[in-house]
Design a protein. Structure first.
Lengths: 252, 231
């Protein structure tokens, strides 16, 4: 077990009903690193991401086997509150999904629900927006609806919203697939900054993006973890032929 | 292992075109050295002048291949074996272009040498040129076949060429010490030998790149693992 790991997965299997979506996954996610999960559609990468903050609990008929430890504790243990897990392990989705509220309230909504001390809310909102590199663009329109922001701004707002909960880990499920290249570049730059303080696990179909922003890359195929290594190694000289065929476009 | 084809056949074709271009460029440079050495052995300055003239084609092909590689880097953003292939191709085309320049250097010296009586019968130089020609051929074969054994063979030959160069240098030194009138011609021959020795270095450079292309490991220098440096 890597001492720098924040999440350890041991022999994890995951089922949608009778169908097995993940097979015997054993891997560690390292603290304050960006890990990219890549693979063709249906390979299980998003399923794995959602396992890490128990989002799959919300789907009927699913079943997890094995162990997922977050800072040494099994997140699927009976005494663990999934809501608390989701607070510590935040998530950003493919499509920006701001609440139909003001920019300010988008950020303040979560902390207001979970904390009794709301005195420093203005500071928290400002800090979160600054961390998401959105503050300068929205500081004068905090009481305007978040729905008026551009797609890229909305996605950064969603990141700021997740950061406001002071998580340890940020899960990102194709966070830039609906964005234009400039907004994508801003999010990628933001990820580089955020990894100083947070652990980031990102699912992406964009191989160049995985190569640009991640420290480690895991390649999945048909629910199996095929190769997991440093990103530089995966993209220049992968150990497994299957990985090479996928990333060089010799697939299917 | 047989490489699977890319899903994009256009991409597959672009990579093959680069490979074909390198084979052709390699053939041109091999011919340039052979001709330069023939012009020396036969004291034929016309052949030497032809070598100089034909270097333009080598330069042109080098630029064209480099441009194709850069285009693929920009448009296809290759990874893994494709990335190593393209970076290797860029390096190889540079090596071959320099080999062409060395052939021109030799041809220029031959023209000067032919204006004076022959200093001595050429025995070691053609032998050296034969080894160097084989090194170039083998280095390109190793590239085309991704053959590490052949690449290693090229590396081993480099020392033989270095030794021959030393031997020629020492021999010419005795000529110069015995008779100062031979100095100019001896220096010209030394430069021919030195150019052959440098061509061998370039062939070794190609072999090193082939090893990188096949294994992903850098053999040119002892340490070049960026991931380890970053840790």
């Amino acid at each position: 077990m890597d001492p720098n790991a924040i999440i350890n997965m041991h022999n994890v299997n995951f089922y949608y009903g009778q169908s097995r979506a993940l097979t015997d996954i054993t891997m560690d996610f390292l603290k304050k690193r960006v890990t990219a999960l890549i693979g063709p559609s249906g390979c299980g990468k998003s399923t794995l991401l959602r396992l890490l903050n128990r989002m799959n609990d919300l789907i009927d008929g699913t079943r997890v086997e094995g162990e997922i430890l977050f800072e040494g504790k099994n997140i699927y243990a009976s005494d663990i509150d999934p809501v608390e897990i989701r607070r510590k392990i935040g998530m950003v989705f493919q499509k920006p999904n701001p609440f139909p509220k003001t920019i300010y309230n988008n950020i303040a909504y979560g902390p207001k629900l979970t904390s009794t001390n709301n005195n420093d809310m203005d500071i928290l909102v400002e800090q979160s927006l600054m961390q998401a590199v959105l503050w300068d663009e929205v500081k004068d329109i905090l009481n305007k609806s978040a729905m008026n922001l551009s797609g890229g701004q909305q996605q950064r707002l969603c990141i700021a919203r997740a950061l406001a909960m002071k998580p340890d880990i940020l899960l990102m499920d194709e966070p830039t697939s609906a964005l234009d290249p400039l907004s994508t570049a801003k999010i990628e730059e933001l990820i580089e900054e955020l990894k100083k303080d947070y652990t980031i696990i990102i699912v992406t179909h964009n191989m160049q993006q995985a190569a640009r922003i991640s420290d480690e890359t895991a390649f999945f195929y048909l629910g199996n973890l095929v190769e997991y290594n440093k990103t530089g190694k995966i993209f220049t000289n992968p150990d497994v032929k299957h990985t090479e065929d996928y990333i060089t476009g010799r697939f299917g | 292992m047989e490489e699977r084809k890319h899903t994009s056949l256009h991409y597959e074709m672009e990579l093959q075109e680069i490979k074909n271009g390198l084979i052709y460029l390699g053939a041109l440079t091999e011919k340039a050295i052979q001709s330069a050495m023939t012009s020396l052995a036969n004291r034929d300055s016309d052949i030497a002048r032809k070598v100089i003239k034909e270097d333009d084609e080598i330069d042109k092909l080098d630029s064209e291949l480099e441009e194709r590689c850069i285009r693929i880097l920009a448009l296809r953003q290759p990874t893994a074996i494709d990335l190593r292939f393209i970076t290797t191709a860029i390096k190889i085309t540079g090596h071959l272009e320099r080999i062409g320049d060395m052939a021109v250097n030799i041809a220029e010296k031959v023209i000067q040498l032919n204006e004076e009586p022959q200093l001595k019968p050429y025995i070691d130089l053609p032998h050296m040129a034969g080894i160097v020609g084989e090194m170039i051929k083998n280095s390109l074969d190793s590239f085309i076949e991704s053959n590490l054994e052949v690449a290693e063979k090229v590396r081993q030959k480099e020392q033989v060429v270095d030794d021959l160069n030393e031997q020629i240098f020492r021999e010419l030194l005795t000529f110069m010490m015995e008779d100062s009138k031979t100095i100019h011609r001896a220096l010209m021959i030394m430069q021919v030998s030195k150019n052959l020795e440098r061509i061998a270095d370039h062939a070794k450079g190609i072999a090193d790149m082939v090893t990188y292309m096949v294994t992903g490991e850098c053999v040119r220098h002892l340490t070049c693992n960026l991931d380890e440096k970053k840790e």
